[in-house]
Each structure stands twice: as C-alpha cells, then as structure tokens.
Design a protein. Structure first.
Length: 251
C-alpha cells in the first residue's frame, strides 16, 4: 500500500485544485470550499473501494464477473452520493432557490467527471507504484537466482553430476583429456576441457597457464612466475603473465 504521506498530499492537493477551480467559477471561494468539502469524500471513498477492495479481491484474482458487477454498484452508489452533494448544495448554498445555483452545480456530468478523473488519476498512480514495486521484486528474484546459479557449478565425475561451491574451488588443473578440480574439501576429476571452464567460470577465476585456472580468492602469494595456493606453487606462463599481474594487482 502507498505511504500515508502520499494519500494525504494527493487528496489535499486535489481539494485545493478543486476549490480554486470551482471558486473561480462561483466567484466565491468560501462557497467553493464548502462544496468541495462535500464532493471530495465521494472521490476518496470511490477511489479506495475500487483500488483496495475491488481490484485486489476480484480483478487480481481473475474474478472478472464479480469485479464488473461490483464496479457498476460502486459507480451507481457514487452517482447517488453526487446527487446528495447537489441536494445539500442546493439547500445550503442556494437557499432553496434552484435558479441561484451556479451552472456548474447543476451539471451532474461535470460532477461525475471531476470525481472519476480523481479516482482514475489516483488509480493510475497506485497501479504505477505497484508495477514498479513488482518489477523491483522480480529483479531481486532474478538476482537471487543468478547468484544461486553462479555460486554453484555442475560437473560430471564418475558418471554422476556433482554440485561444487565456487568459493571452495581453489584451482583447476588440466591433465590432457581430464581436469582436476581442487577444492578445499576434495579433488574432483572430470572429463572436460579446461577452456570450457574458463568461459563459464566467474571473472575471479584467472587463467595462469595453459594447464591451470586459479581462484584468485585462494591465492596466498604471487610473483611474475608463480602463484601460491594452499602451499602449491602454480606456474604463471608468459602467455598469461600480463593478464594475471593486471588482475591480481587490481584485486
């Protein structure tokens, strides 16, 4: 639901605009304020019944027949309330003299238009805010899914598929047709190409040699010729030296 501050500001501003608009027509702002004070509650009630009851309970739950039926009921009730506003205005502002009533007060269509313009404007703002909030939630869910996908990697080993946590992988070692994946817990051997891992792993995995890909989060020390990972010196070849140095110094 929209913050209470929004609702207060929206209807306060609406009341002020209506008072100025009707006041310029009446040439009497006090009468206009009195008239709007009767008119505005109709708009507020119609808006909240529509947005926070009919839309939620029927439209969003795809109960379209009931939504249409109860929307019609709401419109009819709103029209009746508008007639009450006109009647009260006739009694109070025109002193029972219909001829002295401003043409704006006699025009039911104008009253209908004013109320429903406010209702639809408020509905648009509320729905727009709900769409934005829903898009934010969808983006958060997509980010969570992406995080889950990148936090794990699936590899085939011994005719089974294993899920390995990326943060636990220290380095990958190519042995011809096989790749050994050294993790903090064990070594997993898979019959894959190390170049395929290089393309799919996150950017913090760096190629140091044609036979090694290293998780830079597990590098203890490094020089221009080797990196030290968990006590093992892994070579840095001339081909990858520049890329490795740039990545590690930036890190």
């Amino acid at each position: 639901m929209m913050p209470a501050t929004y609702h207060i500001l929206f209807w306060t501003l609406s009341g002020a605009i209506l008072t100025l608009g009707f006041g310029s027509t009446f040439q009497n702002y006090s009468d206009a304020f009195f008239f709007v004070s009767f008119l505005l509650p109709v708009a507020i009630a119609t808006s909240y019944v529509f947005n926070y009851y009919l839309v939620r309970e029927y439209l969003l739950k795809k109960r379209y027949k009931r939504f249409i039926l109860y929307t019609i009921y709401t419109i009819v009730l709103s029209l009746l309330l508008q007639m009450m506003v006109v009647t009260i205005s006739f009694i109070v502002l025109a002193n029972y003299n219909y001829g002295e009533m401003n043409p704006m007060m006699n025009n039911i269509f104008v009253l209908f238009t004013v109320i429903y313009l406010l209702v639809f404007l408020n509905s648009f703002v509320i729905m727009y805010q709900q769409v934005l909030a829903r898009n934010v939630k969808i983006q958060e869910l997509e980010d969570d899914v992406a995080d889950l996908e990148t936090d794990m990697i699936s590899v085939r080993s011994n005719r089974q598929t294993e899920q390995l946590i990326l943060d636990q992988i220290q380095y990958l070692e190519s042995l011809g047709d096989y790749v050994k994946i050294h993790t903090t817990e064990r070594v997993v051997t898979t019959r894959e190409n190390i170049s395929d891992f290089e393309e799919s792993l996150p950017s913090y995995f760096i190629r140091t040699h044609r036979s090694f890909i290293v998780n830079q989060h597990h590098i203890d020390r490094f020089t221009s010729t080797f990196v030290l990972v968990n006590g093992s010196e892994l070579p840095v070849s001339r081909t990858y030296k520049s890329t490795v140095m740039q990545a590690l110094k930036a890190d």
